[in-house]
Design a binder for this molecule. Sequence first.
Ligand code: GLY
Ligand code: MN
Ligand code: MN
Length: 435
Amino acid sequence: MESKEFQLRRKYLMETMGEDSIAILPTASTYYRNRDVAFPFRADSNFYYLTGFPEHEAVAVFIPSRDHGEYLLFCREEDPEKERWEGQRAGIKGACENYGADDAFPITDIDSILPGLLEGKDRIYYAIGYYLEFDRRLVNWINQIRRASRAGKRAPGELVALDHLLHEMRLIKSAQEIKAMREAARISAEAHIRAMQFCRPDIMEYQIEAEISHHFCNQGARSHAYPPIIGGGSNACILHYTDNNTRLKKNELLLIDAGAEYDYYAGDITRTFPVNGCFSPAQKAIYELVLEAQVAAINKVKLGNHWNDPHEAAVHILTEGLVSLGLLKGQVNTLIKKGYYRQFFMHRTGHWLGMDVHDVGDYKINDEWRVFEAGMVLTIEPGLYIPASPDIAKKWWNIGVRIEDDILVTKNGYEILSAAAPKTVDEIQSLMASS
Ligand code: GLY
Ligand code: MN
Ligand code: MN
């Protein structure tokens, strides 16, 4: 992402905030996996969206129209001895020169500087409730000013949800964001192809995971956007299965939900295919029904339609199909109204996608489903998950199918960012037969 892009975002934010206000954004904390071993650090999405600053222990402050600079960054100071052990830091100089801060201060000085910046402002823009320790520090800074009221100091009176403002910005992707998302989707789609080519009976689910991780990292996507789901047979019916440690059997379906994070943007793709490369008639019937629902839902993504249109289309087709396969009995409209399809399809058809896999942005505005706008990116991911239950004919047991693509809303309709991952029965079977 070019530095100009971050600069434009900051400019827009500050224009929207108006004068007499201050915005404060800490980046994410470091989390520990065990004892002194930390999880790999990943910046907070809102913080990174405005700063492009990848280091931990940093806080960004925005003060529109401040004479001595509007964009302040608190970060770690240069420290040659520490850097020798832990790697390079931008430092105070780098924060200004390489990340566009007007002014930068050591993070260790924040307690003495921030109360002075807050004092006399009317409004604080802050996303409360995400970093509780930081919430507490902010309250302490405000209280410090309140205690000095007899000396004429004035604490801000209004706290405004900064996340809401930023989330509306993040919902509509710019050309550069779309470029990163195309790349995340390309890498993710290729990894799914690699998984289909590698898959064979009797290997472990985590061996498929290894192929996917290899491809992501090899392509410059150093992280998964979320823990991958690699579930064979009945594991495909566990919606958030991530153990990925079962041996794959020849007559099962394998469901893979895996997406790369590339330059802070997520891919999110699900493909389901037979472990032995050949769909059985029952697997094929369920698969083609989910695919029909997915294609119908994708076709509902266009300007003028609203967020729930794809879900409604998917539910309609799935319910009709479940009736013709004998898995549901009754009138389609009644079954939909009463939600009987939820025995087999218990999640929504999609979500916004962006820097976070379940990305930000409201789904309703004034209690009405939100209308699609160019630049939104969403997933379309209907599924059917059939439990091994005595009430259900045995041939359907443990068939779990989800098909998920990443869709960009365009002026003329949509673009399927993840289209390179095969999804018809023929495409999948021929790819697997030729591997
Ligand atoms: N991988 C998470 C989801 O599909 O929503
Ligand atoms: Mn998804
Ligand atoms: Mn997914």
